[in-house]
Design a protein around this ligand. Structure first.
Ligand SMILES: *[C@@H]1O[C@H](CO)[C@@H](O)[C@H](O)[C@H]1NC(C)=O
Length: 400
């Protein structure tokens, strides 16, 4: 019953001539892609929060969206339409151009603070379609590798080594031999890893135990950081929350914290953000004309999700039961699983966050049918997001 909504958003500004516009107080532009990622991120966060027992949630919807955009390259008809609709962009051309530019941007950033990597693996007995290989390597900067999935332990070892290296030891074993059923024909992987340092760090000596409310009547003590600082701030009465933005030294990156007005307000705030996204509020933030007196818990959260049920519930079912014909040469494939492992660690110095997303593709003929001084006390369950400019990289909830 403890509800704190902390929204950390890490966004990359990324605009095309026709749809950019400026917001007062931010040098970032809000783009069609930024809005689409935002809405999909809030929807996924809400659905994961609701469907999971564990209410501390961290996820990078962007990893899922990027792999779906790549997957759509090899699809046609209804499957392609559903993916475009799910990703929230007007058409396939706009969608693939957007994700290809975004991938270009994120894969070429300084890996000291941001890594994005894609990988496509094909079972040794199959070959990828030529055009799919071209798009994966050229537009998604993806590695392409043949893997012997009939030896699933060895395949898992190779993927885990890649994850371990790209996340600097933070995600070590996202897959195991059971990830890859015998009929695995190919698999798509994405990693996003961020290490940011607060523009103004919290003083370690200021961190003391303070109360964190679990409900109107219950609370627990949590190591709580403190900072007095001039920051961007916004109140949204209709949303029932106030928010601040904590900038990182790394340009364009920041964490947005959304603090529900009510101790048990997180669910209601998540519902509203799932409808309208968070960027409107993010871009409405401005200096409040007074310092912000922040208390915020240090926290560490790890999440591991199988996303199939949530994606089906959100209207993306055809990828699981209709073949994509243009990914593997001479063999239709379907998605059997979409999964993600993610973590976030927030302390006095900054934040580290990472996500590993996997999409396993199986040969269709072998498939069984799948189921479809202003006080700001972060002392209740909250939501957070990490953004670069206007692109949401990670979102999460923290409840205790
Ligand atoms: C794949 O692995 C299986 C099981 O270990 C082995 O029998 C087979 O020879 C391997 N195939 C290739 C192409 O390496």
């Amino acid at each position: 019953m403890l509800k704190i909504l902390l929204l950390v958003s890490l966004s990359v500004a990324f605009a095309t001539e026709e749809d950019e516009f400026f917001f007062y107080g931010h040098e970032y532009r809000r783009t069609e892609l930024g809005d689409a990622v935002d809405k999909a991120s809030m929807r996924l966060l809400k659905d994961l929060y609701e469907s999971s027992e564990e209410k501390n949630v961290i996820t990078s919807p962007l990893g899922v969206l990027t792999l779906l955009s790549l997957y759509s390259t090899g699809t046609t008809g209804k499957v392609k339409e559903e993916i475009v609709k799910y990703l929230g962009l007007p058409d396939y051309k706009k969608m693939t151009e957007s994700y290809s530019s975004l991938t270009e941007k994120f894969t070429s950033m300084n890996p000291d603070f941001l890594t994005m990597a894609n990988k496509v693996c094909v079972a040794s007995r199959y070959e990828l379609a030529d055009e799919f290989t071209n798009v994966a390597t050229r537009d998604y900067h993806s590695e392409v590798q043949a893997l012997n999935f009939t030896n699933p332990s060895e395949a898992a070892r190779i993927i885990n080594e890649w994850a371990d290296q790209k996340t600097r030891g933070n995600i070590k074993e996202p897959v195991d031999k059971d990830t890859f059923p015998p009929e695995t024909a190919a698999a798509l992987f994405n990693i996003i890893f961020f290490q940011g340092h607060w523009h103004v760090p919290f003083e370690k000596t200021d961190t003391v135990d303070k109360k964190f409310h679990l409900s109107a009547t219950e609370s627990v003590d949590k190591p709580t950081m403190h900072l007095l600082q001039s920051l961007f701030y916004h109140e949204d009465r209709e949303l029932g929350a106030r928010m601040i933005e904590l900038p990182y030294k790394e340009e364009g990156f920041r964490m947005v914290i959304v603090l529900p007005d009510a101790v048990d307000g997180l669910s209601a705030v998540l519902d509203k953000l799932a409808q309208k996204g968070m960027l409107e509020d993010v871009f409405a933030m401005s200096p409040p004309g007074q310092d912000v007196d922040i208390d915020m818990p240090k926290f560490e959260v790890k999440s591991k999700f199988n996303l199939k049920n949530v994606l089906v519930k959100e209207g993306l079912s055809s990828i699981f039961n209709q073949p994509a014909e243009e990914i593997v040469k001479g063999q239709g494939v379907e998605v059997s699983e979409v999964f993600q492992e993610a973590f976030v660690k927030v302390d006095e110095e900054g934040a580290t966050a990472g996500a590993f997303t996997g999409v396993v593709l199986v040969a269709t003929s072998l498939l069984s049918q799948p189921p479809p001084p202003l006080p700001f006390k972060v002392d209740r369950p909250f939501l957070y997001a990490i953004l670069h400019q206007d692109i949401v990289l990670f979102v999460g909830t923290y409840t205790h």
